[in-house]
Design a protein around this ligand. Sequence first.
Ligand code: PEP
Ligand code: MG
Length: 589
Amino acid sequence: MSNHSTRSPTVELDGLGVAQGIAIGPAYVTESGSLDVPSYKIATAAIDDEVERFNACVEKSKTQIAKLAGKTKGLPESAAEELGYLLAAHGQMLEGSRLVRGVENRIREQRVNAESAVSQEVGEIANAFAQMEDSYLAERSKDVRDVGQRLLRNLMESPYRALTDLPNGTVVVADELTPADTALLDPQNVAGFVTAVGGAQDHTGILARSLGMPAVVGTPDLLHHVRTGDMVIVDGRTGRVTINPDDKTLARYKGLRTELGRQARKLEHLRNVPANTRDEVRIGLQANIDLANEVEPALAHGAEGIGLFRTEYLFLNRDDIPTEDEQYVHLRNIVDGMKGRTVTVRTLDVGNDKLPYSLGEHLTVSANPAMGLRAIRLSLKVKELLENQLCAILRAGAHGPVRILLPMISTSSEVRQVRQVLKKMATRLRRRKVKIADPMPPVGAMIEIPGAALSADGLARDCEFFSIGTNDLTMYTLAIDRGDEQVAHLYSPLHPAVLRLIQFTTAAALRARIPVNVCGEMAGDERMTAILLGLGIRDLSMASSAVPRVKQRIRNLDINEATRRAQTIMEQTDAGMVAALLDDFNALA
Ligand code: PEP
Ligand code: MG
């Protein structure tokens, strides 16, 4: 063994930078097997309860496996067959098998907790398999470990509970973080994160921006190069990840981090300054929030209201569906916190990358989840979901101004159906003498499906406002999955087709005299501000941390000049040319 140096070699990897800023800290790699399994003795009197807890966990695991097996139906035949066998084998391992009996015996005889018993029993069986000569049987040791992991995660209740309790300054490193996992990250102790898969515009990236947490996603080969404890630098602006940096690199990034902090503080004075252009046109700036604790940062950054509250986060990381009362209390806290400023509440937008297991029974298999039974389609199918949400919003509306925003609208009839339910719920609540919003909250549609944008004239008759969701609008217009790092280079809201849809929608809203804003990620990118204002947009909603930067851009901008540049841009046929013309215009500021 060489002992020239104790330092591991420096590795630099490039992914997609999704949230501004630089994080520097020790890595915590969330790979399977990294669960911190608790181990303790239990009292004799507690044995039956512990066995019962284990049995409940076995039942839960069997249900999960059965659900997963159901989902294989949407896969190509060969993959479905292979996965089907695998899941059947996993299911069998939980049917009164040696594994289940062995764990029970350990709990009873050794008086240890269920997690420890599972961990020991799985280790023993998996090792026995691994030593078998027959390669097929030897391979089964992996299946035993997989089932063991599932049991452990269920016993420990939260899939990534370890993420909630990390030492200060940790950089989380994972193959993938779902939006639900990301919602568990606490900016107080997590400095940033890096993942191997994921696109810049999926909800994991959006959450990182909301949390103000530097992050890089879509970093191939990541897990081969980093181990827990390695020093990692995450540059959320450029997408560069440096593992085990040398002293010079470390010092350079520390300097950059300080400088970025200084620049952000410099913009703080803009908090109470109006977002007026040079020629005194007032632009509305609102915040997108996903979690209730984002209200304070929204106000601190000078947001004038909540332009988008994504209610689906209320449904993530839990087993049951939140009740109407629970949703009401949550919404009321947000409305109270915003002190008279309008809160736009979007009804449930689940599906695709946001899949709450609390809705398991309602979310059926879909071959194309981005186009399946999701968002408003699910709310209209499972009426009690919609009814509960609308009641909660109506009640919260008694405490301050609210608006109701409907996701993934494709036709007017969806809006009309919601209005009928809303009317019914208002009557029901009034009859029960419950205080509700008066007048009724405005109802608006997300314009994020190309067909909705192209029929914006008709939709405007049934809507009191529009909110343009450029994240999905870009995805569906260009047929590019916003969460797939392999095609991320093709994802561009500056594609002329997307810009034309924005222009068409804005013009339709202006003709119908209803408010229109943009709430997709494009709204929070100050490089895009000029084109959006040039196309007639006067209201933007974004991650709160972006508000000061966009405000600064607005204050440097002249509406007539932006409109003229937008006209030139709209004559282009190529996204690259559009970007160049926009960069050129931004450089004049
Ligand atoms: C959008 O699609 O642009 C949007 C704002 O909604 P979400 O990102 O939640 O899909
Ligand atoms: Mg959307």
